[in-house]
Design a protein. Structure first.
Length: 334
């Protein structure tokens, strides 16, 4: 290969690298970032896009070059030159993807552990969220409790707010244990650490807020958790990312990030409205602080189930009972 060809090849490699790096930081494929842990995810996603762009340009470039360089010329009636493979080339195009996949796997584990908790990987300071059996749970309860496992030499503060989340076909229900408020909207204070204790009343669901880069399965008979810090005021969609039945598409909720003052004002207003008449958003329950979530099949669960469906879907309790008697796709809270 001549010196000019080497210069051209190096120049193309530099241009390809610059193009990949530029697109990896300017793809605009992600929604706005609104949680403290979101930049970790974004950094990994940008790295993945950069690598994928580089591979795409290399593969398409080689393909176009071969199409032009080795095209059939006019009047050419002969066969192509025989090819018996290239051991070095096969080693390279096997080893390079293997190294890339290994690196992405380790980086993904690092980010996953940093966001969701677990072992200390890659030097991030975080803590594990463990599920352990509760010896004090009553018969019929899931028997799981949230236990923050603090890594040696690390410290983890307690969340500023705990909200209990219940998924059901086809709505979300949010319980604030401190006030006993049950709402169909999730309101959170800005820059405060929040923990969501989540379970499902019927089938598997998945709690997903794209702007927070957080997604967690919500499972019947088991409690899962998310812990995060909202960093941007605004209204964000809550999406069920698990196919949960024929009306899965309508299972959506709204998450509002308020200033701490507005959050306290909203909570007080909803409590007062729920104790009066005409409240359409929330109700106040008498759930125990130890087990604030209503047990499936209990009167509290039935009442909350009917209330949330009335708010989300415009279905009154009487209509809901009628639908339940004619269709198995809208089950009761049990």
């Amino acid at each position: 290969m001549s010196a000019i060809s080497n210069i051209i090849l190096v120049g193309m490699g530099i241009l390809l690298t610059l193009a990949s790096l530029w697109y990896g930081q300017n793809h605009h494929l992600l929604p706005e970032s609104a949680a403290e842990s979101a930049p970790l995810f974004d950094s990994l996603f940008n790295s993945t896009i950069t690598i994928a762009t580089g591979i795409f340009l290399v593969v398409q470039g080689v393909l176009l070059y071969c199409i032009v360089r080795y095209r059939k010329r006019r009047g050419d009636k002969g066969d192509g030159d025989p090819s018996h493979g290239n051991v070095l080339l096969e080693i390279v195009w096997t080893a390079v993807p293997a190294v890339i996949i290994l690196w992405l796997g380790l980086a993904s584990l690092d980010v996953y552990q940093a966001i969701y908790g677990g072992a200390d990987v890659g030097g991030h300071i975080h803590a594990a969220m463990a599920m352990e059996s509760s010896h004090e749970a009553e018969a019929g309860d899931p028997g799981y409790a949230y236990t923050p496992v603090v890594l040696p030499g690390k410290e983890m503060g307690q969340p500023d707010l705990v909200v209990q989340v219940q998924g059901m076909q086809y709505a979300w229900m949010f319980t604030y244990p401190d006030s006993g408020l049950v709402a169909s909207e999730l309101h959170l204070p800005l820059n405060k650490r929040v923990r969501l204790d989540m379970t499902a009343l019927d089938v598997n669901h998945a709690f997903w807020v794209p702007q927070f880069r957080l997604k967690q399965d919500v499972i019947p008979g088991r409690e899962t958790h998310l812990e995060f810090v909202p960093t941007q005021l605004g209204q964000y969609p809550i999406v069920c990312a698990e196919l949960c039945g024929p009306y899965h598409g309508v299972m959506a909720g709204q998450l509002f990030v308020d200033t701490p003052e507005d959050f306290e004002r909203w909570q007080q207003e909803q409590v007062l409205a729920a104790r009066g008449e005409g409240s359409t958003l929330a109700l106040v329950s008498d759930f125990s602080p130890v087990h604030p979530s209503p047990r499936p099949g209990s009167p509290e669960a039935e009442s909350a189930f009917a209330h949330v469906h009335h708010q989300r879907l415009g279905v009154s309790p009487s209509d809901l009972k009628s639908l339940q008697s004619h269709s198995g796709s809208l089950p009761s809270a049990g």
